[in-house]
Design a protein around this ligand. Structure first.
Ligand code: GLN
Length: 296
């Protein structure tokens, strides 16, 4: 049966066809996400509302947003939000859109939360630093999933820090989290040390730019994605982390599978112990885990 013109299903189908013609990879799913956000309805609810007529304002807004998607703007930037683990965070073009791999990093730590205590005194809660925090998805999720006493989020980008502050407000975490606009630890108080440092730093070498899909390349912040010299940057990052960990403190980072050897070598040279490579769900070596030496 043909759908009635003017109904939700009618616009959903026209939008899907339009996105398909523009070679957007998942046209129907994207058209649904954009519509569900616009109507403030869970995506699944659209299916019971197919016959609902759309108002002129909704039609105009929907068309505008579908055109944006046809130009490759990621859905998360159109709707301004992205589901991540058990949460949903605000995103803007000032931050990287949280990736499913990064949810796996959070999950890994959550499942091992009892082993993250670096010191005997850590029963009051662990001290965490999310370095290169972007939207705050890692640090703010861990704040809600672990027993924390101190949480620091830092990013080089002031605008990213503003996004993460908005996310902290959404989840009423502003009392628990300290934010720093900082190049690595340069703006952090000297005496701050941590039980756990987590990071999803920029890790794609500039040379891979031609392989990156336009949705990412044209919309996501290059500062959060690309490094000009992987080894040089990671050497700095790892040595800062090492200095900021309590004895026995843990470090977990997302990285580029092709550079895992470099990361492991750098960490070993700096004196990290118990290095571990952890696979993501696509079986790529995506995460690096290591520990600072315990007290002698
Ligand atoms: N995983 C991201 C991507 O593939 C990159 C994230 C990063 O550089 N930290 O686009």
């Amino acid at each position: 049966m043909a759908e009635q013109p003017g109904t939700l299903l009618y616009y959903l189908k026209r939008s899907t066809e339009f996105l398909e013609k523009k070679e957007i990879p998942n046209p129907r799913v994207d058209a649904e996400w954009i519509l569900s956000d616009l109507l403030n309805l869970p995506r699944i609810k659209l299916y019971s509302q197919f016959e609902m007529p759309l108002g002129q304002k909704e039609i105009d807004l929907y068309r505008e947003r579908i055109v944006e998607r046809s130009k490759r703007k990621p859905v998360a930037y159109i709707t301004g939000k992205k589901g991540f683990h058990k949460f949903e965070y605000f995103v803007s073009e000032d931050v990287l859109i949280p990736r499913p791999e990064t949810e796996e990093l959070v999950d890994y730590l959550w499942k091992r939360k009892d082993n993250l205590l670096a010191t005997n005194s850590a029963e009051e809660g662990i001290q965490i630093w999310d370095l290169c925090s972007g939207s705050g998805c890692i640090g703010l999720s861990l704040t809600q999933l672990l027993n924390t006493s101190v949480v620091v989020l830092s990013d080089l980008s002031e605008k990213a820090i503003e996004v993460s502050q908005r996310n902290a407000e959404k989840y009423k975490l502003t009392d628990k989290v300290n934010f720093y606009v900082s190049d690595l630890d340069s703006s952090l108080p000297d005496d701050l040390k941590f039980d756990l440092v987590v990071s999803n730093p920029p890790y794609i070498p500039e040379s891979e730019k031609p392989e990156i899909m336009p949705d990412v390349l044209e919309y996501e912040p290059h500062l959060a994605l690309f490094v000009s010299d992987f080894k040089e940057f990671h050497k700095r990052l790892l040595s800062v982390v090492k200095n900021r960990l309590h004895p026995g403190g843990k470090f977990m980072m997302e990285t580029h599978p092709l550079y895992m050897d470099d990361v492991e070598t750098l960490a070993t040279e700096l004196g990290f112990l118990s290095s571990k490579r952890i696979l993501d769900s696509s079986k790529k070596e995506r995460f690096f885990f290591a520990e600072a030496p315990p007290l002698p």
